[in-house]
Design a protein around this ligand. Structure first.
Ligand SMILES: NC(=O)c1ccc[n+]([C@@H]2O[C@H](COP(=O)([O-])OP(=O)(O)OC[C@H]3O[C@@H](n4cnc5c(N)ncnc54)[C@H](OP(=O)(O)O)[C@@H]3O)[C@@H](O)[C@H]2O)c1
Length: 268
């Protein structure tokens, strides 16, 4: 990792629970200070406290990242810190028939999964470029490797993040900022996701990793300079299968598997 990052700050969105919380605690264990962002009235301050107990500085910020003015407000509040890492982790998904989804929920999904990472990167990059070393990590998903019926906007939003990350990384090649994208498979992060994973039976168990393990594998690879990260050996294999299997086979198969979640009533 190198000493240039010790004492600098990492920004983590969606840090109150799940993968974001694991990322924050992992960074604190490495001596990196944290600026943690989550929705108001949630548990983000408790995560900050756990980071402080590891001997680092940690501050929590409450903001709804689906709201453009909130992104600007929180970005302005944190630009004064020496930010070396931005982790765009906050994201929402779900499995539902497209016509059954409230349009407002779709709008929120695009805002949090797509607009927030782009705008936060744009706001914070100027300060990060002046450092010797800096990283942006965007959290996509294994779902980005195939279109999937009943998930529609989610895989498309994560594919966007993949293209955005690799393109921006190329553009910043000589500017000291590495832009990475991680594609996790299933993680039991919250009760809804856990029910969805369990409803898929054996399929849900393939490549299943804990959020702590995904955070460790991802950060380790990010610090080694990898752009494109698929955590876990099994998931590397899964990704290869999704790459090799033709679209006319994989799309109906995956869509049918996720349709089962709706039939079992475990969607969110
Ligand atoms: N879990 C999986 O199986 C899985 C698989 C592949 C990829 N991923 C991706 O990994 C990332 C983390 O997933 P997770 O399962 O850990 O999520 P999670 O447990 O649902 O936590 C989501 C985090 O995002 C925050 N958040 C949600 N909406 C927000 C908003 N409008 N403004 C600010 N913060 C907001 C939540 O804050 P509050 O606690 O304040 O609500 C929470 O901290 C997501 O991008 C997800 O797409 C997850």
């Amino acid at each position: 990792m190198g000493d240039t990052l010790k004492g600098s700050y990492a920004v983590v969105t969606g840090a109150s629970r799940g993968l974001g919380r694991s990322m924050a605690l992992n960074l604190a264990s490495r001596g990196i200070n944290t600026l943690l962002i989550s929705l108001p009235d949630e548990d983000v301050e408790a995560v900050s406290e756990s980071c402080r107990q590891k001997g680092t500085i940690s501050l929590s910020f409450e903001a709804d990242l689906t709201v453009k003015s909130e992104i600007e407000r929180v970005a302005t509040a944190i630009t004064e810190y020496d930010i070396s890492i931005l982790i765009n982790n906050a994201g929402i998904g779900g499995t539902r028939s497209f016509l059954a989804i409230d349009p407002g929920y779709l709008d929120n999904m695009i805002d949090i999964n797509v607009r927030a990472p782009v705008l936060l990167s744009r706001h914070l990059l100027p300060g990060m470029i002046g450092r010797k070393k800096a990283y942006i990590l965007n959290v996509a998903s294994m779902a980005s490797f195939s279109p999937i019926g009943y998930k529609t906007v989610y895989p498309a939003s994560k594919k966007f993040l993949q293209y955005f990350s690799v393109s921006l990384n190329e553009e910043l090649r000589r500017k000291g900022v590495k832009v990475c994208v991680v594609h996790p498979m299933s993680m039991r992060t919250n009760s809804t996701v856990t029910r969805r994973i369990d409803s898929q039976g054996l399929l849900g168990q393939i490549g299943l990793l804990s959020p702590d393990r995904v955070a460790e594998l991802t950060l380790r690879r990010m610090f080694r300079g990898k752009t494109f990260i698929v955590p876990g050996l099994w998931n590397g294999f899964n990704r290869l299968v999704l790459y090799l299997v033709p679209r006319w086979i994989k799309v109906p198969l995956l869509s049918r598997a996720f349709r089962r979640e709706i039939d079992m009533g475990v969607n969110r």
